[in-house]
Design a protein around this ligand. Structure first.
Ligand SMILES: C[S@@+](CC[C@H](N)C(=O)[O-])C[C@H]1O[C@@H](n2cnc3c(N)ncnc32)[C@H](O)[C@@H]1O
Length: 244
């Protein structure tokens, strides 16, 4: 997997993504993003097949996207409304767009798709440059849970029936805060591999990246309905604000 880059995950999983990761009702997410966006426009990092961007655009928000995977964007394009969202194909660690946004957001742990700390910092810096004064950067990320791993590795069954099984296998490097994984799909037709790599961060590290970029933490919730963020929270929704 030495050839893993910003396109790899999406290009491999595009045919399966919507079936494997349908997500729940997007309405609370769309309402929260709409409220934070004000008059917009907004930019989604890792827009994917449009799980959030499409209902957000349908609610009247001007949505732009960036994604490393042309295959994921092909899936977005064939959905209702998918033709009218402007999308840049590229690595969002190298964000360089002419437009400026009232809200930039990255959901479903997708920020961790940047695999090196210095590139994650660079992303915060360029997001800040792409915000209008008073604009916001929202991230939805898991809180790392290293108890998932046993001596640096994990193997779990994510789906099983009478003639197929889907496994998640991963190894973990605590020094790089890096997880290298494969979803392995075994069916009567054969075995297929869907690679995934992440560099995870604790919320406190994201706060430092935000500070370096001149952004201030405005909210940290334990979910999309503004649940309190506590030691028991498995995820956080964090909103950073650029000075107005
Ligand atoms: C987990 S999916 C999330 C898709 C969508 N935001 C959602 O919530 O369903 C992650 C998406 O981010 C893209 N991605 C991951 N790392 C990226 C990077 N460094 N630059 C650009 N896109 C990236 C993948 O191609 C994929 O479409």
């Amino acid at each position: 997997m030495n050839d893993y880059d910003a396109s790899t995950y999406g290009d491999r999983v595009a045919d399966k993504y919507d079936a494997w990761y349908p997500g729940g009702d997007p309405a609370p997410i769309v309402q929260r993003l709409t409220a934070l966006a004000g008059d917009g426009p907004v930019l989604e990092l890792g827009i994917g097949t449009g799980r959030i961007a499409l209902p957000l655009a349908a609610s009247g928000v001007s949505v732009h996207g960036i994604d490393g995977s042309a295959a994921m964007i092909e899936k977005l394009r064939v959905k209702p409304g998918g033709q009218s969202i402007p999308v840049t194909i590229g690595d969002f660690a190298d964000l360089d767009l002419e437009d400026r946004f009232s809200l930039v957001f990255v959901v479903f742990n997708t920020f961790f798709g940047i695999l090196e700390q210095h590139d994650q910092v660079r992303c915060f810096l360029s997001v800040a440059e792409h915000l209008v004064p008073g604009g916001r950067f929202l991230l939805e990320c898991f809180v790392p849970d290293l108890s998932r791993f046993d001596r640096g590795q994990r193997l779990a069954v994510s789906a099983i029936d009478s003639d197929s099984i889907r496994l998640e296998a991963s190894v973990y490097d605590p020094v790089r805060q890096h997880v290298k994984g494969q979803v392995v799909s075994m069916t009567e037709g054969g075995t297929r591999f869907y690679p995934l790599q992440v560099r995870y961060c604790w919320p406190s590290e994201l706060d430092l990246m935000a500070q370096l970029a001149g952004l201030e933490l405005e909210h940290r919730w334990g979910g999309w309905n503004a649940e309190p963020f506590t030691a028991a929270s498995g995820l956080h929704v964090s909103v950073y604000r650029k000075a107005g």
